[in-house]
Design a protein around this ligand. Structure first.
Ligand SMILES: [Zn+2]
Length: 353
């Protein structure tokens, strides 16, 4: 019997002994699809992303599938948990930095090639956001042009010639772009059935947003790369006050993290403004404690576990371990569950007894 068949058989046997109420019990699974911090590549880590699955025991918590950010290699990680690009109900983008969207073209191209008969996928993100330096960060343009290289190369025309049912405009034809004006108070930006997704504006770069998913199984906040509105010390915290408001009462917080070793005193030469626009491990622990979260999932680790450098910046005292991140979080007093994220780290709500 293949692994899949055995899994199916065990699942069916399990179902036979579960009462109907248990089968209908709502559940949510939060999976980190990529934990690389920033644009560098290190030991095969995928780029930033989080999959949120919601459903019930009968459908293995797979009634609604939401992807938050789609960094490099997202489709590969999704394949490891049995999710195809076409199965995603919506993709939410925190901001248009390449380390958060490198995998979007891949997801949409695969959908266009192989799953074009499915309904359009919603891509949800902040409306065009002007930066003070005079440029505009535009998620809508990113999506509209995401497969332009494949159009220009002739691939889209060539593959359409093989199957004219594929939409003529290429992958962007299969997307509903849904933009919202990101504001400081949480606002509903997407819903389906029991699932409601809210967003707030948060600081990092223009157009950065953080999200919260509310379901009958629980709530999770996806902070993205959020930092404090005050771009450098002195300030009370490196974390975002808006994200803290968003996280109040949520069970799980997923958040990008930077270790203090990358700070101006660490001797790495890492640019201070880039350090200060991320949230530190200790400040995230303190925020999780204040907001009452049961579990903090650290992702987008700067530096990655075991790396002796962050991109071009060498760590003079050597690599950072998971224990180092944990020590920094625990020093804040946060006593809840903690995941120092690796690719495919998962948390389930409610937790299995
Ligand atoms: Zn990032």
């Amino acid at each position: 019997m293949t692994h899949t068949l055995r899994h199916l058989a065990l699942g069916l046997i399990g179902c036979l002994f579960l009462p109907a109420a248990a089968l209908a019990a709502p559940c949510m699974v939060i999976t980190l699809t990529g934990t690389q911090g920033g644009p560098s590549a290190f030991q095969g880590l995928a780029g930033s992303g989080t999959l949120v699955r919601y459903g019930d025991e009968a459908n293995d918590c797979r009634g609604v599938l939401l992807q938050f950010d789609a960094g490099r290699g997202t489709s590969m990680r999704l394949s490891q948990v049995g999710v195809t690009p076409g199965q995603l109900d919506a993709v939410f983008i925190t901001h248009v930095h390449s380390d958060h969207v490198d995998g979007l073209a891949d997801l949409l191209q695969l959908r266009w090639m192989q799953e074009f008969k499915r309904p359009r996928v919603d891509v949800v993100c902040a409306a065009d956001s002007p930066a003070t330096a005079g440029f505009v960060m535009s998620c809508a343009k990113l999506v509209a042009h995401t497969a332009d290289a494949y159009i220009q190369s002739g691939e889209i025309a060539q593959r359409r010639a093989e199957d004219m049912a594929r939409p003529a405009g290429g992958p962007a034809d299969l997307v509903n772009v849904s933009t919202f004006a990101a504001i400081d108070e949480p606002r509903l930006v997407w819903s389906r059935g029991d699932v409601r997704v809210s967003a707030v504006r948060s600081a990092h770069v223009a157009g950065h947003a953080s999200y919260r998913v509310d379901t009958p199984a629980g709530s999770v906040v996806i902070g993205g790369d959020a930092g404090n509105d005050t771009p450098a010390p002195p300030r009370a915290s490196s974390t975002s006050a808006q994200v803290e408001t968003l996280a109040r009462g949520a069970q799980v917080i997923v958040h990008s993290v930077i270790h203090p070793v990358m700070g101006p005193d660490g001797g790495t030469g890492f640019p201070a403004p880039i350090f200060h626009r991320q949230s530190t491990a200790g400040d995230l622990g303190a925020m999780a404690q204040r907001s009452g979260a049961q579990h903090l999932m650290l992702t987008h680790l700067i530096p990655p576990l075991g790396a002796d450098r962050q991109g071009p910046y060498r760590l003079p005292k050597g690599p950072i371990s998971a224990a180092d991140y944990e020590a920094a979080v625990r020093a804040s007093g946060f006593a809840g569950g903690l995941t120092v994220g690796g690719d495919l780290s998962s948390v389930r709500l409610p937790a299995r007894k």
